[in-house]
Design a protein around this ligand. Structure first.
Ligand SMILES: NC(=O)c1ccc[n+]([C@@H]2O[C@H](COP(=O)([O-])OP(=O)(O)OC[C@H]3O[C@@H](n4cnc5c(N)ncnc54)[C@H](OP(=O)(O)O)[C@@H]3O)[C@@H](O)[C@H]2O)c1
Length: 374
């Protein structure tokens, strides 16, 4: 009531209505503040209710936040080709109630982390989402309502994964699309097909990989582990960058590996040697190629974050956990043997009853990478 008296507007219909001379604005990250033009002052609290508020949710599809030459935040509606200083999310502000973040550890499952979240307004794209970690990620997002697209090199396998998820929940919005990361042409074609769907893109998970493959050159004449694990994803993100920016807040998640530590990209003089990325057959060692590609994943993710975060697109790289029994080991009998030995001690992908999907490691060490803001 004191706040109402202060505003001197006790008789208005809505307690949220601003007194004359006041204007509602928001910061870049969605906090609402109030500007009084007569007294030339700003404050966080609503002048009548004394409450603090923040914008709930994301900008509508097609909108982008920019800063003008005076440093003021401006909202651009790309679809209707107009701009405004008024944050379109103001219609959906919520009170700032401090909720203590829940703590998760390596045993927390993805479904547990997502519990209670409605992702029905999110579009998620996952490379290599037909098996392993990618599949469990896709499943978790889809079961929470997200529209999930599996970008895979084999449509038969990908459609099987779609059916599995839809058997679990018939309303799951999952679809498979062709994307072979070993072909730059295929990546470009995929990006064009995705754009033709006119969907936003809120989460792009660069997950697909191969490990310990025999030496192979791709159709682009590059070593295949490097191209599949890193370069294909690099191109994919470049092709979809505009969609990500338009869909902000959006994020890219690059699935890397702890093994990136066991290599470098330097020559004997300590200079970056790009030839190491796609070596000739005589200089190829499959495990080292994988480690280098995983190092590239992290360097790429960090730089991407630096470049795109001002536009509301974040990027994080993660290590999903050690030696999880997926099909990553399939190219080399020695790896299969080691993964089999380690299996009882590492995390399983799916629990016994298939009711608790255990992509816990996905969320570790930083569960917010996938799920934090959604
Ligand atoms: N498992 C672990 O212990 C572990 C540890 C550290 C990091 N990681 C990382 O976790 C991520 C997922 O691996 P995972 O263990 O789930 O392996 P996975 O079961 O072998 O899954 C790899 C996925 O990548 C896809 N893929 C391979 N080549 C492709 C290409 N040319 N184009 C498009 N997709 C392609 C595979 O498709 P197909 O089914 O058609 O072959 C499959 O869907 C990888 O980035 C890996 O480096 C895993």
């Amino acid at each position: 009531m004191a706040a109402l008296k202060y505003a001197g507007m006790d008789d208005t219909d809505s307690e949220d209505e601003l007194p004359p001379g006041w204007e509602e604005r928001s910061t870049k990250d969605g906090w609402v503040y109030y500007a009084n033009h007569d007294e030339m002052k700003t404050q966080w609290e609503h002048p009548k209710t004394g409450k603090k508020k923040r914008c709930a949710g994301d900008l509508p599809y097609g909108w982008e936040q920019e800063t003008d030459e005076k440093g003021q935040i401006i909202y651009i509606d790309h679809i209707n080709k107009r701009s405004t200083y008024f944050d379109p999310r103001h219609a959906f502000t919520v009170e700032d109630v401090v909720v203590k973040p829940k703590r998760y550890d390596g045993n927390a499952a993805a479904l547990e982390i997502l519990q209670g979240r409605d992702l029905s307004d999110k579009v998620v794209l996952i490379t290599g989402g037909n098996v392993g970690i990618g599949f469990e990620t896709a499943r978790s997002f889809a079961l929470h309502g997200a529209h999930v697209i599996l970008a895979c090199r084999n449509l038969t396998r990908a459609n099987k994964a779609v059916s599995l998820i839809q058997e679990e929940w018939h309303k799951a919005r999952v679809e498979a699309m062709m994307c072979n990361l070993a072909s730059l042409r295929s990546v470009r074609e995929f990006a064009e097909s995705f754009k033709a769907m006119k969907l936003p893109l809120h989460i792009l998970v660069c997950n697909a990989a191969v490990c310990t493959q025999p030496y192979m050159l791709t159709e682009d004449n590059l070593e295949s582990t490097f191209q599949i694990c890193h370069l294909g994803h690099f191109l994919l993100v470049q092709c979809l960058q505009d969609v990500l920016r338009r869909s902000a807040p959006a994020r890219v998640v690059v699935v890397s590996s702890e093994s990136h530590r066991f290599t470098d990209l330097l020559d004997s003089c300590g200079k970056v040697d790009l030839v190491l990325l796609s070596p000739s057959k005589k200089d190829y060692w499959s495990m080292l190629a994988y480690n280098r590609a995983k190092l590239c994943n992290i360097l790429f993710s960090n730089e991407l974050h630096r470049r795109l975060s001002p536009y509301g697109v974040t990027s994080n790289a993660l290590h999903p956990g050690n030696m999880m029994y997926t099909s990553i080991h399939r190219s080399w009998w020695l790896m299969t043997f080691l993964f089999t030995l380690a299996r009882p001690f590492t995390k399983s992908m799916v629990s016994e009853k298939r009711t608790l999907c255990c992509c816990s490691d996905l969320s570790f060490p930083d569960q917010s990478v996938y799920f934090g803001w959604v």
